[in-house]
Design a protein around this ligand. Structure first.
Ligand SMILES: C[S@@+](CC[C@H](N)C(=O)[O-])C[C@H]1O[C@@H](n2cnc3c(N)ncnc32)[C@H](O)[C@@H]1O
Length: 571
């Protein structure tokens, strides 16, 4: 069960949502077993006398969910063997987060109806979100799904709770598009990867690199195979306060079965989709571009932090007005919430994909042997000082105290107006920067300390602490720190440490800082911006990859092989 935990390193672990009814009172298995005899066989006592269940036993986790829904929410519930079994406290966190979004004044409330209407994409046989949202908060829901078993059991779960029938509609996603067959679920889509749907929705086969690397072209690329998600499922004239989604996270069942410590079931249809969660959520994003303000908030759960960053970039690129993210406590693993809207924002804000924290940290793992914490510290110093900011390095305590002005931030972030429309990776940074400027809330001076700690040989913790009194802009602080992370990983780490994001960031940084790089890019006919899609796309396969390789050789030195491995792994 989720509990209030602190991260051993790297600052506070986000806690279970404070309004989550299990936040202060985690389920008491002993009490539940005494009240519900059907649960009793699954409860055993550890040597210290604490009641436990075997999390690897599907029957035990399903019975726990059934009992919690009955005991704490008055819900009659069941799912057949093997279907995805939700853990109630985890699912509640998402519901409460949406409740927070609806209550926030980030975007103005223009809703006429006081009854909240939600759409649960992929409600599953368990129908958990509609059941919790309706029973706890009186929300109404449309829950969609594609499989017969999900539709049948979601309906059963609604009908077994008569007071829910008024509030929840289960909607089958009908599609002429075939649902992925078993082979596709295992191996990915069969379609030729070079096929696109162009902006007129006519299928074309692209035989060579496109004349321009425009984003419109990229977003027109068919990114999802399978049935519709929102467009084609929403009826004419319908409006919703929000949509939510716990997407199929994985690309293969092998990937899905990675956690041997729990058994929550889950069939391939529930767990897997071609392209994994990134493709599925990209589809929601694409649909949201068409549906715009049909939904007040679009939201989705995200299973991988790297996808969160990629998807956030995509969102800014399609012109959303606000992006909100959060981290959910899910026992020992983390999940993230991503929300966006097309409703114009109602107040000044720092775009929230930037962590609004005063303490930030990251791990530098796979440090090459020849480097020590001191080398890293020196590198931090040169990274920051190259902007002219003041840095005081203390070699005894492994700290650097930094004071930087607005101009220094600009240099560190390498933001140049001319790149505004080009460097996609920096777009959100630019938006933040210009928002800060527009709102005249740019801090004059930011002062912070960066410390480097050795964790175990080869692993360092880099932590930044903002001097809170002197800044009103933790968002900017976070951006600088993000850049530093890329920079250090790029320079010091081996083994799979060169991620797509690092390539993109380095590429954008070089474009905006080195004229020679820019000329090289032009000469080679390379794109003047790069994003994750483009690296994974067939463009790379069609010749760009070799050129990008040449262009980045200086920065990535001999380690480009790792990049290639990662690209081929992702493809
Ligand atoms: C990870 S399960 C989530 C189930 C449930 N919402 C939960 O949180 O436990 C994903 C669900 O999405 C459904 N699904 C996949 N593609 C879909 C689509 N295009 N439209 C609606 N549901 C879809 C699957 O059948 C599956 O039930």
């Amino acid at each position: 069960m989720p509990s209030k935990k602190k991260r051993k390193r790297g600052g506070e672990r986000p806690v279970i949502h404070p309004r989550n009814k299990y936040s202060e009172n985690p389920p008491d298995f002993g009490l539940l077993a005494s009240l519900h005899p059907s649960f009793e066989p699954y409860v055993f006592y550890s040597h210290d006398g604490r009641p436990k269940i075997d999390w690897t036993d599907f029957h035990a986790t399903r019975e726990l969910t059934r009992i919690l829904l009955l005991h704490d929410h008055g819900l009659d519930w069941w799912i057949p063997d093997g279907q995805l079994c939700p853990t109630v406290p985890n699912r509640l966190n998402y519901i409460h987060w949406i409740e927070d979004l609806l209550a926030s004044d980030l975007i103005p409330c223009t809703r006429a109806d006081s009854v909240v209407k939600g759409f649960d994409i992929g409600t599953g046989a368990n129908c958990i979100y509609p059941l919790l949202g309706a029973s706890l908060l009186g929300w109404t829901f449309v829950g969609s799904d594609v499989t017969d078993v999900a539709i049948e059991w979601a309906n059963r779960n609604v009908k077994s709770n008569p007071c829910m029938s008024e509030l929840i509609e289960i909607r089958r996603v009908d599609s002429e598009t075939k649902i992925f067959d078993a082979e596709e679920l295992k191996n990915g889509p069969k379609d030729n990867i070079n096929s696109y749907i162009d902006s007129n929705n006519t299928k074309s086969v692209d035989m060579g690199p496109p004349p321009s690397f425009s984003l419109a072209r990229l977003s027109a690329k068919k990114s999802h195979h399978g049935p519709p998600v929102l467009v084609g499922v929403i009826k004419d004239g319908e409006n919703f306060d929000f949509c939510m989604c716990n997407p199929p996270f994985f690309e293969t069942m092998e990937e899905a079965g990675l956690n041997p410590k729990t058994s929550c079931g889950g069939t391939p249809e529930e767990m897997v989709c071609p392209g994994g969660e990134e493709a599925f959520i990209t589809r929601i994003i694409e649909d949201s571009v068409q549906l715009k303000q049909t939904f007040w908030w679009y939201t989705s759960m995200v299973g991988r932090k790297s996808n969160l960053n990629t998807l956030t970039s995509k969102l800014w690129n399609v012109g959303v007005t606000v992006v909100k993210t959060t981290e959910f406590v899910q026992g020992r693993t983390s999940r993230w919430g991503l929300a966006w809207s097309f409703v114009p924002p109602s107040r000044k804000m720092i775009f929230s994909h930037v962590t609004e924290k005063n303490n930030l940290s990251f791990m530098l793992e796979g440090l090459q042997r020849q480097y020590s914490a001191f080398h890293v510290l020196q590198s931090v110093e040169s990274f920051i000082c190259s902007s002219g900011a003041s840095c005081k390095l203390n070699a005894a305590t492994f700290n650097i105290d930094i004071t930087a002005s607005k101009n220094h931030f600009d240099k560190i972030l390498k933001i140049e107006t001319q790149n505004k429309n080009e460097a996609a990776i920096c777009k959100n940074e630019l938006e933040i920067s210009s928002t800060l400027e527009d709102n005249n809330c740019q801090p004059d001076v930011l002062s912070f300390r960066i410390s480097v700690f050795q964790q175990i040989p080869g692993t360092l913790l880099v932590r930044a602490t903002l001097n809170q009194k002197e800044s009103s802009s933790p968002g900017l602080f976070s951006l600088i720190f993000q850049q530093l992370e890329f920079f250090l990983k790029n320079n010091f780490c081996t083994e799979r440490c060169i991620s797509f994001d690092m390539i993109i960031c380095t590429y954008s940084r070089l474009l905006s800082t080195r004229d020679s790089f820019k000329s090289g890019v032009n000469l080679l006919g390379l794109p003047t911006h790069l994003d994750r899609c483009s690296l994974q796309s067939p463009f790379c396969k069609m010749g760009y990859l070799g050129k990008i390789r040449r262009a980045l050789t200086v920065d990535f030195a001999g380690r480009f092989e790792k990049v290639e491995q990662e690209i081929s792994y992702a493809n």
